[in-house]
Design a protein around this ligand. Structure first.
Ligand SMILES: Cc1cc2nc3c(=O)[nH]c(=O)nc-3n(C[C@H](O)[C@H](O)[C@H](O)COP(=O)(O)OP(=O)(O)OC[C@H]3O[C@@H](n4cnc5c(N)ncnc54)[C@H](O)[C@@H]3O)c2cc1C
Length: 383
């Protein structure tokens, strides 16, 4: 058993930590306050090879493994939680395309995702189907050499900034989750309309609804086989859930580092705050929790790299990672005193940002279903 990152991984980690703290962190709160998406930084991450980590080199990507992708999620999370979507969302979308789409679609989309030229999203959730993703109502009806898509996708990351969405819709209305197919839907197709929400966090990611009104999608934009879309995305979630755990932990570790500096310098009753166990023990507790999450996440990524099962590891990281990270950031806010309650410091924003991913990509309950199915048994599923 070897828990060390290799030389290549360490140098990638150091390069990204340096970039994240010097280039991203100083502007982290700016994009939130201005409510703007820094497309130039998205492209910059493309230049650094971050957007195409899970894209093979022949399509312009880095061809990196999942552990390397996890390192990027954690390190970018330290500087700008929201820009970790360039790691997580791109990894999810590009694995689906790389593993299942036609050669033509791969050649068209993967290089543009890797370079950061195009922003893509994954659209599953609907107003009436979130946790129960198999219950979506959007339809894709075959008509000649096209599919006609209708429906509303809700809660979709990158709705207002996306150039294309991988849209999941029913091609067989009577087959439940086995009747869902995935399509590449560029947002400039007639009948696609995107509207943003006023979210409490993750603001620059432009979450919102994607409306599909008789959208004519060329049949060649079908990803993989008809009715196999659900399995494609569920496999993808096993990766994105591990990355989410690390991006949240990255933001929380950074908050802890900043808080340790603060409590060493700030005095009360004649001594540094760090002297008091009422201050140091909460820091230790959260640090310990985050280390456990972090190593469970890297273990899950390593299992994925080995082609081994890792769904329960991914779900454990997904339900505990964002929760423990937001608890750690909350505690850091309190230990920094009243200034941390202002928008001058990044802590309040980190808290708002991280909470979003307690819901996105599946809530704690949805992930506990996955773990229960595996450790207790399929026959005891509630649905
Ligand atoms: C920041 C963010 C980003 C997102 N990005 C995307 C995206 O890019 N693409 C996309 O498709 N979706 C996205 N979503 C949507 C997200 O995946 C859904 O919100 C999530 O799956 C939950 O669905 P819901 O909101 O409909 O809640 P519901 O399914 O209505 O659930 C509401 C509550 O009930 C609980 N619950 C539901 N069923 C059960 C049950 N059987 N047993 C116990 N508890 C249950 C849930 O855990 C939850 O607490 C995003 C959401 C957020 C907040």
């Amino acid at each position: 058993m070897n828990f060390d990152f290799d030389i290549e991984q360490v140098s990638f980690q150091e390069m990204l930590r340096d970039f994240s703290l010097k280039e991203l962190l100083p502007q982290y709160t700016k994009w939130d306050r201005d409510n703007t998406f820094p497309r130039h930084l998205w492209k910059k991450l493309g230049e650094l090879g971050v957007n195409g980590l899970r894209i093979p080199e022949e399509y312009g990507g880095s061809g990196a493994d999942c552990v390397m992708t996890g390192i990027a999620a954690e390190e970018i999370g330290r500087g700008d939680f929201n820009l970790t979507y360039a790691v997580m969302l791109n990894a999810l979308a590009s694995e689906i395309i790389s593993n299942h789409a036609t050669e033509e679609l791969k050649k068209t989309w993967l290089p543009q995702i890797a370079s950061g030229e195009k922003v893509v999203g994954v659209a599953i959730t609907e107003p009436a189907a979130g946790t129960d993703a198999g219950g979506i109502l959007s339809t894709a009806r075959r008509k000649g050499d096209h599919y006609i898509l209708n429906g509303e996708k809700s809660g979709i990351s990158a709705a207002t900034i996306g150039d294309m969405f991988i849209v999941f819709a029913k091609t067989d209305l009577d087959a439940g989750s086995r009747g869902i197919s995935a399509f590449i839907v560029p947002t400039d197709l007639p009948g696609v309309e995107c509207k943003g929400y006023d979210d409490m966090g993750n603001k620059l990611i432009g979450r919102g609804s994607v409306y599909l009104n008789d959208v004519e999608v060329p049949a060649e934009n079908l990803i993989g086989l008809e009715n196999r879309g659900f399995a494609q995305v569920m496999n993808g979630f096993d990766l994105s859930r591990l990355l989410i755990g690390l991006q949240c932990a990255g933001a929380a570790f950074q908050s802890i580092d900043e808080t340790i500096e603060h409590v060493k310098n700030r005095h009360s009753f004649g001594k540094p705050l760090a002297t008091y166990q009422g201050v140091s023990f909460p820091i230790v507790t959260h640090y310990t929790n985050l280390e456990l999450i972090k190593w469970q996440a890297y273990r899950g990524l390593w299992l994925r790299d080995q082609g081994r099962k890792h769904s329960k590891e991914a779900s454990s990281v997904k339900w505990l990672g964002p929760k423990m990270s937001q608890e750690a950031i909350h505690e850091c806010m309190l230990l920094n005193g009243h200034y941390a309650y202002t928008e001058e410091m990044p802590l309040e924003q980190r808290l708002r940002d991280v909470i979003g991913l307690e819901i996105g990509d599946g809530t704690a309950q949805a992930n506990k279903f996955v773990i229960a199915k595996e450790i207790i048994g399929k026959e005891y599923r509630p649905y």
